[in-house]
Design a protein around this ligand. Structure first.
Ligand SMILES: Nc1ncnc2c1ncn2[C@@H]1O[C@H](COP(=O)(O)OP(=O)(O)O)[C@@H](O)[C@H]1O
Ligand SMILES: C=C(OP(=O)(O)O)C(=O)O
Length: 780
């Protein structure tokens, strides 16, 4: 897994080296040369000339990236499909076109989103995030120069500057950066009076002496590159005394020469510390919502670690020199459809945030059982666990925040913290209080979960809480109003929990919101089959499951759930702690990679990151690692199956609709025997596509549907690439459209063999009818 262990890509490079060095593609990237990526671009002719140079287009083609010019006057839908839309155009009309397109095709990535770009079109709001971030650690401090915004009335400027306490000289910059030459006309003001000559709206910024060198920090996804450029020279006090007026200066930042090879004072030339840049890049990416941008940073002359950000640009000039990174980012980032379904495209992150929210509500209930003290306990020490409230920490006392936390508990029971972080034996019970002896020292963290055990079985009445609390229902309503696609229910105990929610959703929303059951308790395991049957999918929520049942049982339980889900034709997500260490570290442990690989080997439909992407330091990288590790393992498994000749992944005929099931089982057998290049399925409600996926064929399944909801739901199924098209009852028309589309995307080509399964039943999703058919076609 050498690719996984690659260090984080913060590079310090000679400006002029980029082109050549970038040509040497990383081995990881080469290995990932897979599918074609169609990038529609909408750029000014100047930008096309500077960015899309012939050399770059050639390189892109080699990397499977096809650039297609977008005609602004035609509909984007007609010109697509695109995997990515790359643009640097302004104007309200264009913004609206893009927003509409994003709404309609959430799976297409727009680099960058119009609202995020708007933010950096204003020099005040652009720097606000840096100011709010107020980054300060042992590596340095990053701020913005003191500044003042003047909207109208130039005559008021001298007074306003005086009142604000800004120190001369000041850099005057037009407030709005709209790509026009005028918005880059800057000037240096040496005295206060002359400031009234300026034309608002503008930003007046203190000039920071920085030794005439600035650092251009390029941020592409989670990669960061930095180079030095010459900048404005320092202004000394003598100059300040002798100069007056407002002196325009040319646009230096883009035109300035590289200072990488210059013979500079090392204190000036020293690049900003890597950890500081990483942190800044990560935070700004999140706060700004941009993925292709650069920041201009200067170091206060004379200081070692005092930095200022003075400018932020999206899709900056000279990006073509970073093309390997850009190309890699386009291929790697979680936004485009691939044949592997072991990670979520970015729009499903949206669902995930709701899952997170809904899951949290249960955690909120569970908090009633949690201590609020962090401490290291000691072997043999005696502790009091009590629901009584007290302020501040008390020695050897843990506050559980639910009165009845000890109901049903007896002397001799074992109290386990957070599934094994520490253990105690209950030695005395007085009312609601428990005195416990520490038998396995460890860590007590705030909000830890407490469970009680007797003879290897859970005791206590945790399960008296309703599956969905009042707050959960309120949040479900919120989810409906926001148009969520999935709702995952925590601590499901029985199929009725799911049915009740489905009934409720049916009355509240015309969209078919899918309900997933999170398997994370004993009760859910006892009723597993009926819960799976009632749900639209299952999540193996290993975090809580590991607290509720003995840890060592998790691997077997995971395998059992995964296999049963496949048998019952329901997608299964393996969640939590897959790459837990990446919350803090840029590489995973080898054991975590093995865990990911095992879930892939078990043929799970999806893997889900939690803390790694929600609060982790390396969220994008964690997703990249997850994708790479799962793709590698999936490839290996497929090869193994090929080598050992075809051993069908046996499934019993277990579903109510035996005809559809048989058609799909046979279809996959044929597809595997013929080694077809792809399986195409035309499906309204996704049923046939799910049945094909259930057989885990060798070839990717392209599912063509005319229902948005189906398209989104199919994303969760193993190996399915859902594509929205208009379906006709004329099958030849469907073939023509879908083959054309797939060819355009580069997923099939002339001569390819395709197995075609059709199920365009107009009315009932589960009935089989005369329209079901199976054909083998060769792409003309
Ligand atoms: N506050 C500042 N202190 C020192 N130099 C500055 C400051 N602001 C801008 N500059 C100089 O002016 C150049 C252009 O400023 P910038 O804000 O990047 O404008 P633009 O977006 O038009 O390029 C910078 O590259 C830097 O050399
Ligand atoms: C996914 C899980 O649920 P939560 O969101 O509550 O962490 C889990 O427990 O593994």
């Amino acid at each position: 897994m050498e690719g996984v262990a690659e260090p984080l890509r913060v590079s310090y490079m000679n400006d002029e080296d980029w082109g050549e060095r970038d040509m040497e593609m990383s081995s990881r990237y080469q290995m990932q040369q897979q599918k074609k990526l169609v990038v529609g671009y909408a750029l000014t002719s100047k930008k096309v000339k500077s960015f899309l140079q012939p050399k770059l287009e050639r390189l892109a083609r080699k990397k499977g990236i096809l650039f297609v010019a977008i005609d602004r006057n035609k509909s984007l839908t007609e010109q697509g499909p695109f995997d990515i839309v790359l643009h640097k155009l302004t104007g309200r009309e264009w913004r609206q076109i893009l927003e509409d397109y994003r709404q309609k095709y959430p799976e297409v990535t727009v680099l960058d989103p119009p609202d995020a770009i708007q933010h950096v079109h204003n020099r005040q709001s652009m720097l606000q995030d840096v100011a709010d971030l107020n980054l300060c650690d042992s590596y340095g401090k990053v701020g913005v120069p003191k500044q003042l915004v003047i909207i109208t009335d130039p005559s008021s400027i001298p007074d306003a500057v005086k009142r604000s306490g800004l120190q001369l000289p000041l850099v005057a910059k037009p407030l709005v950066v709209d790509g026009s030459a005028k918005s880059h006309e800057l000037s240096l003001a040496y005295d206060q009076l002359s400031l009234s000559q300026l034309e608002p709206p503008l930003v007046l910024q203190e000039f920071v002496n920085h030794g005439g060198v600035l650092f251009k920090v390029y941020i592409v996804g989670d990669a960061v590159k930095v180079v030095r450029r010459f900048s404005l020279p320092d202004v000394d006090s003598r100059q300040l005394l002798n100069c007056a007026g407002v002196i325009p200066f040319p646009r230096v930042s883009n035109a300035a020469a590289s200072a990488d090879d210059a013979d500079l004072d090392p204190c000036i030339a020293e690049l900003p510390p890597r950890p500081l840049l990483e942190k800044l890049a990560k935070e700004l990416r999140r706060r700004l919502g941009l993925r292709l941008f650069n920041i201009d940073m200067i170091r206060e002359h004379g200081s070692k670690d005092r930095f200022y950000v003075i400018d932020i640009n999206y899709f900056p000039a000279r990006l073509h020199r970073l093309f390997t990174i850009v190309g890699e980012y386009m291929h790697e980032s979680p936004f485009h459809v691939t044949s592997h379904r072991y990670y979520f495209p970015s729009y499903t992150r949206f669902w995930l945030s709701y899952w997170g929210t809904l899951a949290l509500q249960k955690s909120w209930e569970k908090e009633k059982y949690t201590p609020e003290l962090t401490s290291r306990d000691e072997d043999g020490s005696i502790w009091l666990f009590t629901p009584q409230k007290f302020d501040g920490p008390q020695p050897h006392t843990v506050q559980a925040n639910c009165e009845g936390f000890a109901d049903g508990v007896e002397v001799g029971d074992e109290l386990v913290i957070d599934g094994g972080m520490a253990s105690f034996e209950v030695i005395e019970k007085v009312g609601n209080n428990l005195r416990c002896k520490c038998i396995d020292p460890g860590l007590l963290l705030p909000r830890a979960k407490l469970t009680f055990w007797r003879d290897g079985k859970r005791v206590g009445k945790n399960f008296e809480l309703p599956t969905l609390s009042a707050k959960d229902w309120a949040d479900i309503d919120f989810g409906i109003s926001e148009g969520v696609d999935f709702i995952a229910v925590s601590f499901v105990r029985a199929a009725d929990d799911i049915r009740n929610l489905k009934d409720y959703l049916a009355t509240r929303s015309s969209e078919s919101i899918k309900v997933l059951a999170k398997i994370e308790s004993f009760e859910s395991l006892e009723n597993l089959e009926e819960i799976i049957e009632a749900s639209n999918g299952i999540m193996v929520a290993r975090g809580d499951l590991g607290v509720e049942i003995p840890l060592e049982q998790i691997p077997a339980i995971q395998e059992k759930i995964t296999s049963l889900c496949r048998q019952l034709n329901k997608p299964v997500i393996i969640a939590s702690q897959l790459l837990e260490s990446m919350i803090e570290y840029p590489t995973p442990t080898r054991a975590e990679v093995a865990d990911v690989s095992e879930a892939v080997r078990q043929l799970a439909d999806a893997l889900m990151l939690s803390g790694e992407s929600a609060i982790g330091m390396y969220s994008d990288k964690a997703l990249g690692v997850l994708r790479l590790a799962s793709a590698r393992m999936e490839g290996w498994c497929q090869e193994e199956r090929h080598h050992n000749s075809f051993v069908p992944l046996q499934l019993g005929t277990s579903l109510p609709d035996q005809i559809a099931e048989q058609i799909c089982n046979s279809a996959v057998e044929i597809a595997n025997n013929l080694a077809v290049d792809a399986i195409f399925v035309y499906t309204r409600y996704g049923y046939m596509a799910s049945l094909l996926s259930r057989n885990r064929p060798y070839s990717p399944i392209f599912a063509f549907t005319d229902i948005d909801n189906t398209r989104k739901a199919l994303n969760l199924h193993w190996g399915v690439i859902p594509i929205g098209i208009e379906l006709s009852i004329d099958m030849e028309e469907n073939f023509r459209r879908s083959f054309g589309l797939a060819e355009k995307r580069g997923v099939v080509q002339s001569g390819d063999l395709v197995l075609v399964v059709s199920d365009v039943t107009p009315i009932d999703p589960t009935t089989t009818g005369a329209l079901q058919s199976l054909q083998v076609r060769t792409i003309a």
